[in-house]
Design a protein around this ligand. Structure first.
Ligand SMILES: Cc1ncc(COP(=O)(O)O)c(C=O)c1O
Length: 380
């Protein structure tokens, strides 16, 4: 086995899943995927694609009809014209696929990439997989990966800054000005900014930018890589679909690696998602915003909650008077039939819980009430 394999630690997520595995009907607030059905037109399109024989490989860059739909969307948000000369796009096998390809192109042994702490669990693993050193940017206590926090971490070896907004696990959405400053910093230091915007549609009213959509550094520069996904947006995480857009040279190199690894994104999923941007998801987003409000209300009196203006998560601090780590709190929560993930799965620290509200309202309300009660003085 290689050092590369040895260095990737899969135990955190495994531990989190094992926590709830013994319960029969747990209140599961640990899930990172939507609980709504894939919109009917998309399901139908995928089924028809199978029946019509779209079962073979597509072009590495993606099927023409889906590429055209993504191009049209990018023209509106963030306002990029994907002309193939300056800007290009690549349909990828999930957002994770896009991130891995980008890192394989941009980083190698001796390079550094800056990621936030707390982070999405895949980010640190991109280090051993590519040879790069992942440098964490401590964003506690407000979880904002600002230019001021990133700047002191940039060295001659830094090749990439990876920002995630709306963020997993905190739900924090960076503002337009914060993302513009980060884009300016990366540009001035010759570092590639990668924006993981997989949760872009799940930006609630208090997180929206001046454009009325999710704030993005892509509004201020085209010299960056935008990575987005379909899985969370349309409830089809298993379809393994995402896309990356950015400088043509970078996309060409990523496409080369895709050709010799994933080959192409799944053909049926691609066909299913051609009409995705025409589906109105506002009802779902509104429902998630109401759940987010429930989470805020539940902890208003008892614990600090991240400013979760997006994604499906709140990052909730275990009150100090309890004198316990987040891991210990999660073990206690299991005894009350509630599953949440401890912060140390996403961070060097073990002080917070990731609470997902991608869960039916009734269960969510029951779970939140149990957790809040556990946090009141003298209750655990
Ligand atoms: C921030 C973030 N980026 C990327 C991904 C991976 O997405 P995909 O399923 O499209 O590979 C996830 C999944 O949870 C995520 O939370």
């Amino acid at each position: 086995m290689t050092d590369r394999a040895r260095c990737v630690d899969g135990s955190g997520i495994r531990r989190a899943f094992q926590l709830g595995a013994t319960l029969e009907d747990p209140i599961n607030l640990s899930i990172g995927q939507p609980d709504f059905e894939v919109p009917e037109p998309l399901r139908r399109a995928a089924i028809e694609a199978i029946e019509q024989g779209r079962n073979g490989y597509t072009l590495t860059g993606g099927a023409d009809d889906l590429r055209a739909a993504i191009s049209a969307h990018l023209q509106v948000d963030p306002g990029w014209r994907v002309d193939g000369d300056n800007l290009e796009l690549l349909v990828t096998s999930g957002t994770s696929g896009g991130l891995l390809l980008a890192m394989l192109v941009l980083c190698e042994s001796g390079c550094e990439a800056i990621i936030p702490d707390p982070y999405f669990v895949v980010y640190p693993a991109l280090g051993p997989m590519t040879g790069a050193t992942m440098v964490t940017c401590d964003t506690y206590p407000d979880f904002r990966m600002t230019a001021d926090r990133v700047e002191p971490l940039i060295t001659d070896r830094t090749k990439v800054v990876l920002v995630n907004s709306p963020a997993n696990p905190t739900g924090v959405v960076l503002r337009d000005d914060e993302l513009r400053d980060l884009a300016d910093l990366c540009e001035s230091r010759g570092v590639m900014l990668i924006a993981d915007e997989i949760y872009d549609l799940f930006t609630y009213r208090d997180g929206l930018g001046a454009s009325g959509t999710c704030p993005s550094p892509a509004r201020y520069t085209e010299n960056m890589l935008l990575v987005r996904g379909f899985g969370k947006t349309y409830g089809c995480t298993g379809w393994r679909m995402g896309y990356a857009a950015g400088p043509s040279w970078l996309i060409a190199e990523m496409a080369k690696f895709q050709q010799y690894s994933f080959v192409c994104a799944p053909s049926i999923s691609q066909a299913g998602l051609v009409g995705a941007f025409d589906v109105d998801m506002s009802g779902v987003v509104d429902a998630f915003e109401r759940r987010r409000d429930l989470l805020r209300e539940a902890f208003a009196e008892v614990a600090d909650v991240s400013d979760c203006c997006g994604a499906f998560y709140g990052f909730v601090k275990v009150p100090e008077h309890l004198g316990m780590t987040a891991t210990r709190f999660c073990e206690e929560a299991i005894k009350h039939n509630v599953v949440v993930i401890p912060g140390n799965v996403f961070s060097d620290r073990d002080t917070h819980l990731r609470i997902s509200f991608a869960c039916p309202d009734e269960k969510l309300e029951a779970g939140l009430s149990i957790l809040a009660d556990m946090m009141r003085p003298a209750c655990v």
